[in-house]
Design a protein around this ligand. Structure first.
Ligand SMILES: [Zn+2]
Length: 261
């Protein structure tokens, strides 16, 4: 051809290959950063279907990062508060919890978690009982978690849009006020009946605070203490795509998750 482009079959084929590869690289470079944040499962007293719910979110949105707001375990039998004698013993509860945790490890081999009142119960009990931490095994070892699971006091992550995201178990009921105090975007758990996103604007920046809800089994005996609270737990988690948060509710009908995310 006049412009020097060869139109023979071999050259067209190789040109197509180069273009497809370039398109794939471009797509990869423009990949949407998708952060999944869930928490307050209180395993083994988590909501039936919640692990499948998280698996469906992974399949649909393919998160590039996964963070847990804590209370991954309930540790009801080790609680500082009154416990129900009809619930599992502390040892049996841990064994039962590990069974479910293993399902989560398979879905999410890498998770950053923050310390929490229920999740960190063993360390709180050790402190209360005067036992130095050196005597206690790591959380990863106790619940047989893979190397990709890491626990932090709180967790700060810089999102793809350049904004900082602060993740904590629960510091302030109103998540917008927490975001304003920290001067960055915030996600927290702990307040089971709160599932919301609240934006705050200043002349300098637009930030948001988010409460992630929970994935507990409201009907389990371990949650009996909350029965007199008029506000009921909200089953949900959070997805942040290129810095924009969205709540994903776990919708229940006839006591079952409807199976749609
Ligand atoms: Zn909780």
């Amino acid at each position: 051809m006049a412009d020097g482009t060869c139109v023979c079959k071999t050259c067209i084929k190789s040109d197509k290959k180069i273009k497809t590869k370039a398109l794939k690289t471009e797509k990869k470079n423009n990949a949407v950063e998708t952060i999944l944040i869930f928490g307050d499962m209180h395993i083994p007293y988590h909501r039936d279907g919640s692990i499948e719910f998280l698996r469906a979110i992974k399949d649909k949105y393919n998160p590039t990062k996964v963070i847990c707001t804590g209370d991954e375990l309930d540790n009801h039998a080790m609680s500082f508060h009154e416990t129900d004698p009809n619930c599992l013993s502390a040892g049996d509860e841990l064994e039962e919890a590990i069974k479910y945790m293993k399902q989560l490890y398979e879905i999410f081999p890498e998770v950053d978690l923050v310390d929490s009142n229920h999740g960190s119960m063993v360390f709180r009990k050790a402190k209360f009982g005067g036992i130095p931490l050196k005597y206690i095994r790591s959380m990863r070892e106790i619940i047989e978690a893979p190397a990709g699971w890491s626990w932090h006091k709180d967790y700060t992550y810089t999102m793809s849009n350049g904004q900082d995201l602060f993740v904590t178990h629960g510091l302030k009921k109103k998540s917008r006020q927490l975001a304003e105090q920290y001067g960055c975007c915030v996600v927290q758990g702990h307040y089971h009946e709160d599932s919301c996103i609240q934006y705050s604007s200043s002349p300098r920046q637009l930030i948001w605070g988010c409460s992630a809800g929970c994935l507990i089994d409201d009907e389990s005996l371990a949650m009996e203490y909350n029965k007199s609270n008029l506000k009921r737990p909200i089953l949900s988690c959070v997805l942040i795509r290129n810095g924009i948060p969205k709540i994903i509710p776990m919708v229940i009908k006839d006591h079952k998750w409807i199976g749609i995310v």
